[in-house]
Each structure stands twice: as structure tokens, then as C-alpha cells.
Ligand binder design. Structure first.
Ligand code: FEO
Length: 385
């Protein structure tokens, strides 16, 4: 695939992977992107996952023919991009590695050597000329590992953005960029909003026409849209007015109550309402949806005297990712001592920017006339905020 006349795509599609990083379901697989810049000097930008050594190397050889690469630029040491560094050096022992000092420390841990005799250590603002192409390196620590660098090709106006602007899914599957990029960002990078904000500040004055991430498609059009979403996500602002109702339900009674709440919200004219059963919905998708909207209703059955386990897991995942700047409402159910709200509130105690809805709902086993009134009051409060 040609990105520009001098920049080639040499990445691979992984259709066999079930869980990315052992946590994130990837029904449409995963792409590990790698790029080649052909100039007087030749640079390869990142390798691919261990299992794709052969198809990756074949593409490199097909593009290069008799020519040989001069540099391997390593933006990020997570093994989905760095696993084939040694394999490249077996094939092309003269290649010079270009990476941050921290990345070379990690190489020593991964490979037993920090390549002292064949490396260029780069930091923020350093430049590398390939001939026509002038590369500038941008430090992006904690997006989402500490050693991350990005490369700006000032000649073709391309940002090689490491994991930034990536998504789940292979490049030969057509899916919704925003949905899978949000799930990827919130899941993997979401904790590191401040470093992403810092990065966005650094790139805002650069003329960028193409973004080449390490996962997902190369972005060539409407870049303000993608950068705008990254600004929203990394500043922990909701994308839109809407309510996510996330519930646990053992025998279906909390579920019925939450459907009733959704009906009442819709009767009030509030239609952007999404119901998710935490016992069977995708946890990674539901966490990402919680970040999408500005309001969240949490309804938990009481279990072993406190929260239902999947609700505890869900709230922990939100907190790990600095969930903030939103309204949260609470519903509890129990047959003899409903008290899940106390535990849910405690979990949010140190979260910043969370507003608790004034109205709460206590369900004694099933919805009764009093529960209906409480649901009605909560619906009105959520509509009028
Ligand atoms: Fe795609 Fe952080 O590795």
C-alpha cells in the first residue's frame, strides 16, 4: 500500500487474535502497522507482532528489492510493535536502531542488549535526514508507555503517531472508526489524559496531512475530526448528551426496573438512552460508552452484603481511567437488606468532577408503586440537568 510516493505500508492483519493484550475482545482482529520511507537512506518505522515475522519481512523485501534499510525507528517497545527487532537485524545486521534512551533500556530487558554500537538515541526535537525527507522526533511519554516517541515527516507532512489514533480491527474490515477507536483509546490510553493533552499541544502547530498510527487505518482526510475526538477523550469531557444505564440483574427484576426508567426518560422526551446488562454485555464496550455520555445510571443488586461483582469490576475500570466530569445516579436492589448504593458511592469518593444525582432508587425485590415514584423522580431529575 502506498501512503505517499516515498512511504509504503508494510504492516499485517491479525485475524486469529481473540483478546488484544489479554483483555480486549477484537471480533474484527487487529492490525499491526509498519512503514517504510524510501529515500537516499531507507527507514523502517516499527516492526510487527512476533507471529507475523515472515509476512512482514516478505513485504519489506518485496518493496526494497536489492536495496537495504539504513534505519529502524522504534517508536514504542510494546511487543506488538517491537517483537521483530532481532529478526530484522538477523536479515540486515547493519541497520541502525533509532529510539529514545528509555526504549534502549527496555531493549536491554527484552533482548539482553541495548545495541550500544549501532544506535542513535533520540529525544524531543531531534532531527534525522534521509535525503529528501526530514524527520523530526516528538516525545510522547505515557501515551501510553514511558518511552514513546512519534515522528513527524516534514517533507510529506506525515505524523507517525505510535499507538495514538489507533483502533481495534484489521485494515480489511470496514467498521465504525469512532466506536472501535474510542474503545481502544478509553481501554488502553484512557488513564493518560494529561500526557495526551500535552502531546496535542505539541502537534497543533504542525501541518499534518496524514496520520500513520501503529493500529487501524492511515488517516488522510478530515484530520480535525480525529484530533478533536482525542482532545475530548483526553480531557475527560463527554462526547454527547446521553444516558448510559448499566445494571446487574440476577432474576430480571433490576433489569425490568431499568427498562421502566428508560421508558420514563423517553416519556419525558429524553431519547438518547442506552441500557447495558453488565453480566453479559462487553465490559470494554460498556466502559467506553460510559465515557461517551455525560450521565450514568448504575443499578446493582446487593450481593454478599455489598456490590454485585460485575458492578464492582465496572466501577473499578471507570476509576482506573479517571472517569470524571459526569453525573452518576444510583439504584440498588435487595430482598432483605438493599445497600449497594453506599458501596457504589464509596468507590467514587475520591473521583473529581462527579456529581451524584440527588434522587436514588431502592428496590425491595421487585418494582412496587413506591419504586415507580422514585424512578419517576430520578427520570425527571436526569432530564432537567
Ligand atoms: Fe500497540 Fe502499546 O502497543
Amino acid at each position: 500500500m502506498l501512503i505517499t510516493p516515498d512511504i509504503k505500508y508494510v504492516g499485517v492483519n491479525d485475524h486469529d487474535i481473540q483478546l488484544f493484550e489479554g483483555l480486549y475482545e477484537v471480533p474484527n482482529g487487529m492490525a499491526y502497522n509498519s512503514y517504510l520511507i524510501l529515500d537516499d537512506k531507507i527507514a523502517i518505522l516499527d516492526t510487527v507482532d512476533e507471529g507475523f515475522k515472515s509476512p512482514w519481512m516478505m513485504q519489506i523485501k518485496e518493496v526494497l528489492g536489492e536495496r537495504r534499510p539504513d534505519y529502524l525507528i522504534v517508536h514504542h517497545m510494546e511487543p506488538d510493535h517491537s517483537a521483530n527487532i532481532l529478526h530484522l537485524l538477523e536479515e540486515y545486521p547493519e541497520v541502525i536502531l533509532v529510539a529514545s534512551a528509555k526504549a534502549f533500556e527496555m531493549m536491554k530487558n527484552f533482548f539482553g542488549t541495548d545495541f550500544e554500537d549501532q544506535r542513535v538515541v533520540i529525544q524531543e526535537g531531534d532531527k534525522l535526514s534521509l535525503g529528501k525527507h526530514e524527520l523530526e522526533f516528538i516525545s510522547a511519554p505515557m501515551v501510553h508507555w514511558p518511552e514513546v516517541m512519534m515522528t513527524y515527516d516534514a517533507t510529506d507532512k506525515v505524523l507517525f503517531s505510535a499507538d495514538g489514533f489507533g483502533k481495534f480491527g484489521t485494515l480489511d474490515v470496514d467498521d465504525d472508526w469512532r466506536e472501535e477507536a474510542r474503545r481502544y483509546y478509553i481501554g488502553i490510553v484512557g488513564k493518560f489524559g494529561m500526557p495526551v493533552q500535552h502531546l496535542l499541544g505539541k502537534i497543533q502547530h504542525k501541518e499534518i496531512q496524514i496520520i500513520c498510527p501503529l493500529h487501524g487505518p492511515v488517516l488522510k482526510e478530515n484530520l480535525a475530526y480525529y484530533i478533536g475526538l482525542y482532545d475530548v477523550w483526553s480531557s475527560y469531557q463527554p462526547e454527547e448528551e446521553g444516558i448510559l444505564i448499566a445494571y446487574t440483574s440476577v432474576y430480571g427484576n433490576t433489569k425490568k426496573a431499568m427498562h421502566l426508567l428508560a421508558d420514563k426518560l423517553k416519556a419525558e422526551g429524553y431519547t438518547n438512552v442506552h441500557l447495558r446488562d453488565l453480566t453479559c454485555a462487553s465490559m470494554t464496550q460498556t466502559v467506553a460508552e460510559a465515557f461517551r455520555f455525560n450521565k450514568l445510571v448504575l443499578a446493582s443488586t446487593t450481593y454478599n452484603g455489598e456490590l454485585f461483582p460485575t458492578m464492582r469490576d465496572f466501577i473499578h475500570r471507570l476509576k482506573e481511567r479517571n472517569y470524571s466530569n459526569r453525573t452518576v445516579a444510583f439504584v440498588e436492589n435487595g430482598s432483605w437488606a438493599p445497600n449497594a448504593i453506599k458501596f457504589m458511592k464509596e468507590l467514587f469518593a475520591k473521583s473529581s468532577g462527579i456529581t451524584f444525582a440527588e434522587n436514588t432508587v431502592k428496590i425491595w425485590s421487585v418494582v412496587n408503586p413506591n419504586t415507580e415514584k422514585e424512578l419517576e423522580a430520578l427520570a425527571k431529575e436526569l432530564c432537567n440537568q
